[in-house]
Each structure stands twice: as C-alpha cells, then as structure tokens.
Write a protein of this length. Structure first.
Length: 296
C-alpha cells in the first residue's frame, strides 16, 4: 500500500509542476530603446538600384529616321512627262510632300468637284451628283455645266475657296479643259471637309468613297490611290483625258482614318503611253508617297 501512495504522490507532483511552470516558447525579439536625443532621428536609406555601366553597343533601338520622300525619285517615275504631287496632313495642318504644286494641268474630271458643289447649292438631287462623281459620268457633268453657267462655275468657286491657279477653259463648252494645280485641288478638299455644309460634304464624300472600279466610259479608275494604299480607307476623284498633246491621268482624294491625308497626283504623259501604262506610273508615284502617310 505504501508503494501505491508513493506513486500517487509522484503523479500529483508532476501535475502541479506542469500547471505552475509555463513551458518555454520563443518570445518577442527585444528591441533596445535608444536614449533620448535632441537631434533629428536618422532616416534609414532605401537600397539604391545597382548601377549598370553602359556598354558600347546599347540594346535600345535607335530612333527611326524621319520619314521623307525623294522628290526627284517621284519625277523619275513619269519618264517623258510631268508630275505634280501634294500630300496634306489634316491633323498636322501642313503639307508633308510638295512637288511642283503650282504647275498648271488640264483638269479632266477633277473639275467635277466644283460642278458638284455648285449643283448641290442649286438644289440638284444628291443622287444625280453622286452618280456623276462615283462613275465619273461625263453626260451628267455636261448637262450640269450648261445649266449652271459653265465657266462661271469655275470662276465663282475659285474666288470663294481662293484657288490661285484655277482657270475656266478657253473653250466654254469644254469643262474638262479647266486649268488646275495640285495645290488648288488640295484646297478644294480642305474646303469640302472643313468648311462646306454637312449635306454637301456627306453627299460628295459618300460618292468618292463609293467610286466604282470602272468609269462610265469603261476606263479603269482604280489607278493611283486605290491600287497603292492597300487596306487604308480612301475616297477618290480621278481624272483622265486624251489627246490634246498629252495623256492626262490624275489621282486625288482623302486617305486614312477620318480622311486624315489629302493626296493629289497630277500627271501629263506622252501620247505613246497607254492608259494602262500611264495608270501604273501614277500608282507607283502614290506608293512612293506612303512613307509620308503615318497610318501605314
């Protein structure tokens, strides 16, 4: 029995020891308090980024060279002929390319832009004006030219828009012989897009963006801008004429989102050049202008 009492006593002692003495465990790390000081406390500096010594050849790509167009190269694309070019950036509000911008050319169908403005002002149905422009219908142009004053159309709009190099034809009945310049054609588009009323602007630009591949006379009118600019949106008015001393092919219009770029290429080419060959030359000129169009 004494052994039993002894065992019970030892167990009770062990239990009391566990209750009264806490087990050892890691405690909080003690932080020494600094003695009070009258000076401002030091601020611990953040680690600095490692300094990397530049290498002779930096991995960063150099800035791309400014975009430019070789004017002489443009002229060489029309051998034996003449070419004038203007590219106007409506966002930057300046010409980015200009070559012989004030040289005079026979307008061919580009004068239909002025006929369209006059016709809409006179109350001509928009559908009639749109057909004249989209398929470059000469019969409609002739009827409107005669009904609305002929050469006076050119004079009125040249004065209104400020077309310094635009003149009516010497023969009042030949509207296609109106004289124009690349600089003035750009002014016509600028007026149309920035100053004309919403109605005329919508009617004309819808017709230009819907220009058909072939004109009413069967001539393919997708040379120049349409063939050159790929998937960029375009609105065009083309011109072609023959054969009073030369073959005339013009490509003009707005290119890019929101009609940002106004592109005008006027050309006078030898009569020995076919329409197809002359059109390809105009297309090559527009392709050479693509570095000046930031959307590409």
């Amino acid at each position: 029995m004494s052994g039993v009492f002894l065992l019970v006593g030892l167990c009770l002692g062990a239990i009391l020891a566990m209750v009264l003495i806490p087990p050892s465990r890691p405690g909080p790390v003690a932080v020494a308090e600094a003695a009070p000081s009258t000076t401002a406390p030091a601020v611990e500096a953040e680690p600095e980024d490692p300094v990397v010594s530049p290498t002779p050849s930096s991995s960063a790509a150099p800035d791309p060279p400014p975009k430019s167009v070789d004017s002489q190269a443009l002229a060489d694309l029309v051998p034996g002929g003449q070419v004038s070019v203007v590219v106007y950036d409506r966002t930057a509000k300046k010409n980015t390319v200009s070559l012989k911008a004030d040289r005079s050319y026979t307008s061919a169908s580009l004068v239909k832009l002025l006929i369209a403005l006059e016709a809409l002002q006179a109350g001509t149905p928009p559908s009639t004006v749109q057909r004249m422009l989209s398929v470059s219908d000469d019969d409609i142009a002739s009827r409107l030219w005669t009904a609305l004053g002929g050469p006076l159309i050119v004079t009125r709009w040249a004065n209104k828009i400020g077309l310094a190099g635009t003149r009516p034809p010497e023969d009042p009945g030949r509207w296609g012989d109106t004289r124009i310049t690349a600089a003035d054609v750009v002014k016509i588009y600028r007026y149309l897009l920035d100053q004309a009323g919403a109605g005329p602007r919508t009617t004309i630009m819808r017709a230009l963006s819907g220009a058909t591949e072939n004109g009413s006379d069967g001539v393919r009118q997708y040379f120049g801008i349409p063939d050159a600019v790929g998937s960029l949106p375009w609105s065009i008015k083309q011109g072609w004429a023959c054969c009073r001393g030369s073959r005339i092919l013009h490509s003009s219009g707005a290119v890019g989102e929101d009609d940002r770029y106004l592109v005008v290429v006027l050309s006078s080419q030898p009569l020995s050049t076919t329409y197809a060959s002359a059109g390809r030359r105009v297309t090559e000129v527009v392709k050479a202008l693509l570095p000046a169009i930031d959307d590409m």
